[in-house]
Write a protein that binds this ligand. Structure first.
Ligand SMILES: Cc1cc2nc3c(=O)[nH]c(=O)nc-3n(C[C@H](O)[C@H](O)[C@H](O)COP(=O)(O)OP(=O)(O)OC[C@H]3O[C@@H](n4cnc5c(N)ncnc54)[C@H](O)[C@@H]3O)c2cc1C
Length: 415
């Protein structure tokens, strides 16, 4: 409580958005108190390495930090470990489960999402886990021993990245995906097929159209997994990667508008005065189409945090950054930029490498509105970056130009 001073800028959720927004508030000139409240005991950190370098040992947890204790001190950011149980927009205050409460001048909801859990018998067994937090990665990393059988449930990005990391550690890997293809509708079928072939080449037993029915403890250490089809599997560890549910419960409890996430406007303001939301939890108007979208990406967290912070201070910043997502698997990279779904024409651009693919999407005006692609990082990274810049700059081009390898993407930037 701060009876005699101006209320604090309060951020609920000390994750990617929370950490970046706290820093941005200070950088933008806020001299009052900044209180960052998070359920995890760790200071804010980046999550992408958790399924990649942190599991293989190529990256330490310290290298993932967004805020260190020293940086908090230097920026005078107060970090509270605790769970906010209610927000009170009329009173402009928040309550925590430990009885504490705090008034705010502006509030940012940066609560991210909860890993979905499997609703089948035995899903609470100790060998079954999700991968969302540093604590999850700390639990998983030592289980990826050479020869261990790792079973992944879900053929989305997290499952695929863990599969690649587990193979790098010498594990036997089985991946179960209920749908007939990998990665749902996040990428075109051609990209999904290439990634499927990549994993099979690397020795992953990918089974499509199959899900676990039940987990059963055995006499030994292994877990028996009963499947919807085929013989049961024996696993040493199971990682469930079936997506997240946006953590909207506080907003819902306070009567804020919720659709597929907490609904915010172009300024990332919610339906309650002085309350903002950003990151995985927010549904915002697409800068390209104005249609509501929600993104679960590093780039979205990184860029929305700053806009939210400026608007918490009374600014009138619109969120304008176009979407961007990447995934690293083995020596490959996969990227999606902009919004391919807005395209009416899809153009495949030859890259001179049988494994690589680059698709560009044009809307009815001939504007490049989306990009998807994958392939060996050394082959695709530069072209994907250029293509992403074309989307960001709203460049117009013809399908013929994009399909012609003689027309360099760089030349379209300056045209
Ligand atoms: C393993 C993994 C790998 C990823 N890899 C990639 C990648 O390769 N590329 C990419 O673009 N994106 C990737 N992402 C996605 C990216 O990390 C997220 O989009 C980003 O972390 C979202 O940031 P956020 O701040 O919205 O949510 P989070 O970082 O999840 O932070 C939310 C925080 O809020 C806290 N919280 C929730 N409710 C409360 C409450 N009531 N009280 C207090 N605290 C609360 C949570 O404990 C959490 O710490 C990955 C994510 C994961 C998990």
């Amino acid at each position: 409580m701060q009876p005699n001073t101006e209320p604090a800028m309060v951020i609920v959720g000390a994750g990617h958005v929370g950490g970046r927004a706290a820093l941005a508030l200070r950088e933008a000139g806020w001299t009052g108190e900044i209180v960052l409240i998070g359920s995890e005991s760790a200071l804010p950190y980046e999550r992408p390495p958790l399924s990649k370098g942190v599991l293989t040992g190529a990256q330490t947890l310290a290298q993932t930090a967004i805020l260190t204790p020293e940086a908090c001190d230097a920026a005078r950011i107060t970090h509270w470990t605790g769970t906010v149980t209610a927000i009170h927009p009329m009173a402009r205050s928040v309550s925590l489960s430990d009885g504490r409460s705090l008034s705010y001048k502006s509030l940012l909801l940066a609560t991210g999402g909860h890993a979905r859990v499997l609703a089948i018998p035995g899903a609470d067994h100790a060998a079954v886990q999700a991968l969302r937090t540093q604590a999850d990665a700390i639990a998983l990393a030592p289980r990826l021993k050479a020869g261990a059988h790792v079973v992944l449930v879900g053929g989305g990005f997290i499952g695929l990245e863990v599969a690649a990391s587990a193979r790098a550690m010498g594990c036997r890997v089985t991946l179960l995906e209920g749908a007939p293809r990998l990665m749902g509708r996040a990428v075109p079928a051609s990209v999904a097929d290439r990634v499927l072939a990549l994993h099979r080449r690397h020795g992953v037993d990918v089974r499509l159209g199959i899900v676990p029915r039940a987990f059963e403890a055995t006499d030994g250490v292994a877990l028996r997994i009963h499947l919807t089809d085929g013989e049961p599997l024996l696993a040493d560890v199971v990682v469930v990667g079936i997506g997240i549910e946006p953590a909207t419960e506080l907003a819902r409890g306070a009567g804020l508008r919720i659709e597929r996430g907490i609904v915010v406007d172009r300024r990332l303001a919610t339906s309650a005065a002085g309350v903002y939301a950003a990151g995985d939890v927010a549904e915002f108007p697409s800068p390209l189409s104005g249609l509501p979208i929600r993104q679960e990406t590093w780039h979205n967290a990184e860029t929305q945090a700053r806009v939210a912070a400026l608007n918490m201070l009374g600014g009138d910043e619109s969120y304008r950054s176009s979407a961007w997502f990447w995934s690293d698997q083995y020596d490959w990279q996969l990227q999606v930029s902009g919004e391919p779904a807005l395209g009416v024409t899809a153009v495949q651009r030859p890259l001179g490498d049988v494994d690589a693919e680059l698709n560009l999407y044009l809307n009815a005006d001939g504007r490049i509105v989306g990009v998807s692609g994958c392939g060996p990082t050394s082959v695709v990274a530069k072209e994907l970056k250029l293509a992403r810049t074309l989307v960001e700059r709203g460049v117009h081009a013809s399908a013929e130009q994009l399909a012609d390898p003689a027309v360099k993407l760089k030349s379209l930037l300056t045209a």
